[in-house]
Design a protein around this ligand. Structure first.
Ligand SMILES: [Zn+2]
Ligand SMILES: [Zn+2]
Length: 363
């Protein structure tokens, strides 16, 4: 094992909401039990934007953002296996579950829903402050807890593609795990960002006919490549036009995966469900308001309204399988930036100039 007691790292630190991240050189005393990973790619999530802007109550400065990352283990002070049983060693490439749950409470043990654990915390969002700053992905290194759940990666994996599975991909898998999709049923995805695009691939993989409402030609083309039968540009079609086609040509849909975080999308999607359908609310990572519900519509069509909160390692495994099946298509979502350009990456995501930013500290 590598004898490492001090570590020099660089990190982009959120010191103040709505202000540029600060590039900091950090020299830290290593806790003897920390697993040290050199970060090779870190995803910029849509929810990072909300944290940066101060709209997510979980994220409190000073903080290194970034809950999606892959890297190389450079110090492993314990015996550790990945979730598939492979022994881990220094030098291995790994991706890890972004959150830690307690493993001992009702949600973790009795319900088998670690995403609902009240003690759950997430690297890059709300890690324990006393463990220092190097607990987020926007950095050259991250210090991981020994309980972290790992997947060992093949040496030839495309790091910028596989990292996209970490959050939005896993959350899409969680959404689809909360509904039974039978082959031939129809699933509508409302979102052409990473979450929506993963939802398309996952629903198509379950044998569903998939429709998508989104915007941006590149995104809509990617949705088709991942299995969408028909896509609707929400800027070029009206709610009425879409309703006519979806209720007319398709006779409604059996499930909707919402990934936009916009209440008016929920209002539109609920009306497109067939009797017995399920509406999956997966895009609300921060408080974004509500809507007036037609309760009679819910009752008359016996609609299930299902919230989706984050994900666990089983969902991450499903998202990784989607990437491993078609890495070159998933990679088309990605625009790469050096670490110091994290602000530009966040702004480009906010302005929807790109689909997904990935920071590469080695660039
Ligand atoms: Zn995220
Ligand atoms: Zn728990």
């Amino acid at each position: 094992m590598m004898e490492l007691s001090r570590l020099k790292a660089r990190a982009m630190v959120l010191e103040e909401y709505d202000a540029p991240l600060r590039l900091r050189e950090l020299e830290v005393e290593l806790p003897p039990d920390a697993i040290v990973v050199e970060i090779l790619a870190a995803g910029v999530c849509g929810s990072d934007l909300h944290m940066w802007r101060g709209r997510d109550p979980r994220a409190v400065p000073p903080l290194v953002l970034g809950h999606e990352a892959v890297g190389r283990i450079i110090s492993l002070p314990c015996q550790k296996r990945d979730l598939l049983g492979a022994p881990l060693t220094e030098g291995d490439l790994v991706l890890w579950n972004r959150a830690l749950s307690c493993g001992a409470c009702q949600a973790c043990v009795l319900w088998k829903q670690p995403a609902l654990c009240q003690s759950r915390w997430t690297y890059g969002i709300n890690p324990p402050k006393e463990k220092g700053l190097l607990q987020g992905g926007y950095a050259t290194h991250i210090l991981l807890r020994q309980e972290t759940e790992f997947f060992k990666l093949q040496a030839d994996v495309d790091l910028a593609a596989i990292v996209v599975a970490s959050c939005s991909g896993a959350t899409a898998a969680h959404a689809l795990d909360l509904v039974t999709i039978r082959p031939g049923q129809t699933v509508l995805v409302q979102d052409s960002g990473p979450l929506g695009l993963f939802a398309v691939a996952l629903a198509a993989g379950r044998g569903a006919r998939v429709l998508l409402i989104g915007s941006g030609q590149r995104r809509l083309e990617l949705a088709k490549k991942l299995g969408a039968e028909q896509v609707f540009d929400h800027r070029q079609t009206t709610v009425d036009e879409r309703r006519q086609i979806i209720l007319g040509d398709f006779a409604g849909v059996d499930a909707v995966v919402e990934g936009t975080g916009r209440p008016n999308a929920v209002a539109e999607g609920l009306e497109l469900l067939r009797v017995g359908g399920t509406y999956l609310v997966a895009g609300f990572g921060d408080p974004a308001g509500g809507l007036e519900l037609d309760c009679y519509l819910l009752a008359r069509r016996q609609i299930r309204l299902q919230g989706v909160w984050t994900s666990d390692a089983s969902h991450l495994a499903q998202a990784m399988a989607i990437v491993n099946k078609q890495p070159q298509i998933i990679k088309q979502m990605v625009t790469e930036y050096p670490l110091a350009a994290a602000d530009q990456a966040l702004l480009a995501m906010e302005k929807r100039q790109i689909i997904k930013a990935v920071l590469r500290p080695q660039l």
